[in-house]
Design a protein around this ligand. Structure first.
Ligand SMILES: O=C(CO)COP(=O)(O)O
Ligand SMILES: O=C[C@H](O)COP(=O)(O)O
Ligand SMILES: [Zn+2]
Ligand SMILES: [Zn+2]
Length: 336
């Protein structure tokens, strides 16, 4: 048993309190490899932002959860080397799907876990989430639960329909389970194709798809029921068109990829939404830079020569999110 506190990591409780009171949101960035982690830590350290490093099921399969945990421990030291003396880095299990997995992550040094029982019948979601909370809280590990189902690819299960979170369930769910934060469904979804073309209109000037707005009325109702309670938004990549264009220009094929407009994410960050999950935008930046470099330098075969530019573009993207969307810059408890 390793407690995250001995690794220099923090749980999400204090950062969420400050984020809600201050009207900003903590970035929750997924990582699967060294370059993503380097870019995340450079961006958050230089801008003095707290950060949640997320490890998904796919990341565990690809990179091994133990290795990712050690990388997160190393990230605390790397942040200090970069001049950030008091980094606030949480290591979070994204979309945990069983008690055993959550327990395993708590036991190996994660500071926060998500138990995603959103696809279960309500009572089973309550029971499973409570079981995880009861275990995790013994070690001061924070727990995120989920109510409502996101459309699109959720946990590798393709679901056609999106079920918005029912505001009438949130008081009962948070009271019975004791969760520290609640992921909700108000129209976001995972991946680079968040909306079908028939759900969108088309901008006559640019020809780009314009997605339907998020259900802010549902968010408002949830906030009225749970004043000051930390709310989480999954599926919050904005799918920057410059990256989609770059990918398409250099041999890729991502027609009509569309995400959540950043002004809507800004509005959410200003409310009780205090954790915003971004993964796909990092994948897009990485792929765009790799495609461009390899197309321009076909003789290049040193991975550092194309992963380096990919890392730089991801860092630029993370900084933009922190500065212009989430407002989490200069929000560490101790800035020196
Ligand atoms: O919600 C996410 C991770 O849990 C990531 O969402 P995106 O696919 O929009 O980046
Ligand atoms: O929840 C979705 C995340 O983007 C992680 O996806 P993944 O399991 O493919 O790593
Ligand atoms: Zn889910
Ligand atoms: Zn998610």
């Amino acid at each position: 048993m390793v407690n995250y506190k001995s690794l220099g990591l923090v749980n999400t409780r204090e950062m969420f309190k400050r984020a809600i009171n201050g009207g900003w949101a903590v970035p929750a960035f997924n990582f699967n490899n060294l370059e993503q982690l380097q870019a995340i830590i450079k961006a958050t350290s230089e801008l003095k932002s707290p950060v949640i490093l997320q490890v998904s099921k796919g990341a565990r399969n690809y990179a091994n959860q133990t290795l990712l945990r050690y990388m997160a421990e190393g990230a605390v030291e790397y942040a200090k080397e970069l001049g950030c003396n008091h980094p606030e880095i949480a290591l979070h299990l994204d979309h945990g799907d069983s008690f055993e997995l959550c327990k395993n992550c708590v036991d190996m040094g994660f500071s926060s876990v998500m138990i995603d029982g959103s696809s279960l019948p309500y009572d089973e979601n309550v029971a499973l989430t409570k079981q995880v909370v009861d275990y995790a809280h013994q070690y001061d590990v924070t727990v995120e639960g989920e109510l409502g189902v996101l459309a699109g690819v959720e946990d590798e299960v393709a679901s056609e329909v999106s079920h918005y979170t029912k505001p009438e369930e949130v008081i009962d769910f948070t009271t019975k389970t004791g969760v520290d934060s609640l992921a909700i469904s108000i129209g976001t979804s995972h991946g680079a194709y968040k909306f079908k073309p028939e759900q969108c209109t088309r901008d006559p000037k640019t020809g780009r798809l314009v997605p339907p707005p998020l259900a802010f009325d549902v968010l408002d109702e949830i906030m009225q029921k749970l004043p000051g309670f930390p709310i989480v938004l999954h599926g919050s990549s904005s799918v920057p068109q410059e990256y989609v264009d770059m990918i398409n220009q250099y041999g890729g094929k991502l027609p009509d990829a569309v995400g959540i407009p950043e002004e809507q994410l800004r509005k959410a960050a200003n409310s009780a939404v205090c954790k915003i999950n971004i993964d796909s935008d990092s994948r897009l930046a990485f792929t765009a830079a790799v495609r461009k470099t390899l197309a321009e330098k076909p003789a290049e075969f040193d991975p550092r020569k194309y992963c380096g530019p990919a890392r730089d573009l991801m860092e630029e993207m993370y900084k933009h999110k922190i500065l212009d969307v989430l407002g989490s810059d200069n929000k560490l408890a101790q800035l020196d």
